[in-house]
Write a protein that binds this ligand. Structure first.
Ligand code: ADP
Ligand code: UDP
Length: 241
């Protein structure tokens, strides 16, 4: 598939048109940002890890009946995806307290929840991605009630699949962010990425963080952590197809 003009450059990826109006190419960068773009840096090799990991996990999810935007991995950093209209919600599922949850509610990190939680924020950098509930999302016409119902159902199902997959790699899936989009026929599919940039992944034995918190919190060993988590995934799934 031929790469057309660049449509968008985000914080972590570039998006290109293709010869087919229904398909896009996403290209993963090594650029890292945190705190709504205030902290910037580079994580060498991150783009390759995030591309391959997202694709491997989306293939796994497709096998479990969850529709995704994934079409074909083109090379180490680039993937062909179905073009969607992104629902401007960040959908966050949590199994264990961490990050903004711990801060908001004044609890320590590492509390295992009796069942997963879900929350939404309005994907809007200028407003700092404010938290909202499904009534707000409907009032703002970000998504219809039936679409939110689909999104919630998929998000919890995705959590089940990913939690069990990461567990088999010796990793606790603490929390993660998803984005969904609408196909031209109105169907909701999982879009964007699932990676150490968008998930918290802790070694089950030692609690060592194998995700972007190493960058956010200046913990060091950032590149090693991305390599390590990818190596665990590949050991489990075999070499990417
Ligand atoms: P950001 O926009 O937050 O800086 P990225 O650098 O990851 O994020 O940019 C990728 C952009 O592409 C995001 O805005 C994301 O919502 C969008 N996107 C992801 N998957 C698709 C898709 N299948 N179709 C259209 N847009 C997509
Ligand atoms: N997350 C993300 N993009 C965002 C905000 C959060 O991918 O803009 C992910 C983050 O990596 C973590 C989960 O969502 O896995 C929950 O993040 P949290 O709300 O705790 O916010 P943070 O502590 O990252 O500010």
């Amino acid at each position: 598939m031929e790469k057309g003009s660049q449509l968008y450059e985000g914080k972590a990826k570039k998006v290109f048109a293709t010869g087919d109006p229904d398909l896009l190419i996403v290209s993963y960068k090594d650029d890292a940002t945190a705190f709504n773009g205030l902290k910037r840096g580079t994580i060498e090799g991150k783009g390759v890890v995030n591309n391959k990991m997202s694709n491997a996990l989306m293939r796994l999810l497709e096998k479990e009946g969850i529709p995704t935007h994934f079409v074909k991995e083109l090379n180490d950093r680039e993937t062909l995806v179905k073009k969607v209209r992104i629902v401007p919600l960040e959908v966050i599922v949590r199994n264990v307290s961490a990050g903004s949850f711990a801060k908001h509610y004044g609890v320590e990190e590492g509390i295992v929840f009796p069942r997963p939680t879900i929350e939404f924020s309005y994907k809007n950098d200028a407003l700092g991605d404010p938290l909202l509930n499904e009534y707000h999302a409907e009032a703002l016409k970000l998504a219809a009630p039936s679409e939110i119902a689909d999104i919630k159902r998929y998000a919890f199902r995705i959590n089940e699949v990913l939690k069990s997959f990461w567990d088999s790699c010796g990793v606790t899936l603490v929390d993660f962010k998803l984005e969904f989009g609408k196909l031209p026929d109105g169907r909701i599919v999982l879009a964007d990425e699932i990676s150490p940039d968008t998930s918290r992944l802790w070694d089950k034995e030692t609690g060592r963080k194998l995700d972007k918190d190493r960058f956010r919190r200046d913990l060091g060993g950032v590149e090693e952590a991305y390599r390590e988590i990818m190596a665990r995934l590949e050991r489990k799934l075999g070499v990417a197809e």
